[in-house]
Design a protein around this ligand. Structure first.
Ligand code: HEC
Ligand code: HEC
Length: 288
């Protein structure tokens, strides 16, 4: 190529790239309302966003991976925790984590109940924005010290921590065939929200909910106890009740509920098929 051709080539290539760039930018903007589900931006969601900014939550947290990396990403938080838990948590985070054990704490934010409801609406809208599958694995505060580890708990992106959290969404379930226990274990990881985002089956690992290691034996003892408030008559019945009606009896010995309402979501009776609940119970009774 001579000099003139080189120049023309450079100008041409720049022009083509600029056009492609402009085209893609316009295309992205065209898709924003759909990807962000703009129709779901209610007045509550907008107020929640204002509360989020007014309190500088972003100084510690990230949304969509943007913000400060002191505290966990909250993009999908409402899909892992129920509203009852989030309300109680935001009212007073210190009840849920121990500064000595966890070495960092969320300071109390002095939010009103309306602020908190609006924040949850905002975070719920955030959780439904189409991020093309990001984050690939749930990012959660484990709230748990892994047995045999003196590391403070990290925000687990689950694969890193055995026994914690759920597999990436869309991960192929273990081929369970027709084995009800294995099918139940799959439901444990794939229910919405995943049971495994709040419960470990490793002994001693308490997250939002108690560890379910030995839950079947514990259930037998609970049924005998005068403190038991539910209606179940046997272990399988207790486990079923725990899943479909968590507030029937609230496990003692932790911050697991407030005003008689369990922090476990009350939605599984509807979101799971009856057969899936049977499989879950088949699985849970094996945790002795
Ligand atoms: C000074 C830092 C800081 C600020 C500011 C802050 N947080 Fe946090 N937040 C944390 C830390 C640290 C955690 C992890 C839990 C822990 O170790 O206490 C956390 C955890 C959370 C969780 C997850 C709880 C769980 O168990 O899954 C939610 C929800 C949350 N914060 C919401 C908020 C909201 C909403 C705001 C703003 C109103 C906010 N945070 C402001 C530090 C902060
Ligand atoms: C948002 C967190 C959360 C999720 C998600 C969750 N749980 Fe729970 N779960 C809890 C809490 C908190 C408790 C203790 C309070 C209570 O008794 O309801 C609990 C209690 C239980 C108990 C009773 C444990 C005992 O020691 O008696 C069982 C069984 C149980 N959950 C099973 C499940 C199953 C199965 C799923 C999924 C279908 C699930 N949980 C999802 C938070 C959660």
């Amino acid at each position: 190529m001579n000099k003139r051709q080189t120049r023309l080539f450079a100008i041409g290539a720049t022009a083509v790239s600029a056009l492609v760039f402009a085209g893609l930018t316009i295309d992205s903007h065209r898709q924003f309302p759909k990807l962000t589900q703009a129709q779901n931006i209610t007045a509550e969601v907008k107020r929640g966003k204002d509360v989020w900014h007014a309190n500088n939550c972003i100084n510690c947290h990230t949304l969509f991976g943007e913000g400060a990396y002191y505290a966990p990403d909250l993009t999908k938080i409402t899909q892992h925790r129920g509203a009852a838990y989030l309300q109680a948590y935001m009212r007073d985070p210190s009840q849920f984590y121990d500064e000595k054990k966890h070495r960092r704490l969320m300071p109390k934010q002095n939010l009103s109940d309306t602020d908190i409801t609006d924040l949850i609406a905002f975070l719920d809208w955030v959780s439904k924005v189409d991020n093309a599958g990001w984050p690939p694995r749930p990012i959660l505060v484990s709230g748990a010290t892994l047995p045999g580890s003196d590391r403070p708990p990290q925000d687990v992106t689950t694969a890193a921590a055995p026994g914690l959290g759920s597999p990436p969404p869309g991960a192929r379930p273990v081929d369970a065939g027709s084995n009800p226990i294995a099918l139940g274990e799959n439901v444990f990881r794939s229910a919405q929200p995943a049971c495994s985002s709040c419960h470990s089956v490793v002994a001693g690992v308490a997250m939002v909910g108690p560890s379910l290691a030995g839950v079947a034996d514990r259930a037998a003892a609970t049924l005998q106890s005068p403190d038991y408030k539910g209606k179940a008559k046997d272990v399988a019945g207790y486990l079923r009740e725990s899943v479909v009606e968590p507030s029937a009896h609230i496990v003692a010995g932790g911050t697991y509920g407030a005003n008689g309402v369990s922090f476990m979501p009350p939605t599984y009776g509807e979101s799971l098929q009856p057969a899936q609940i049977d499989q879950l119970v088949d699985y849970l009774v094996t945790l002795k």
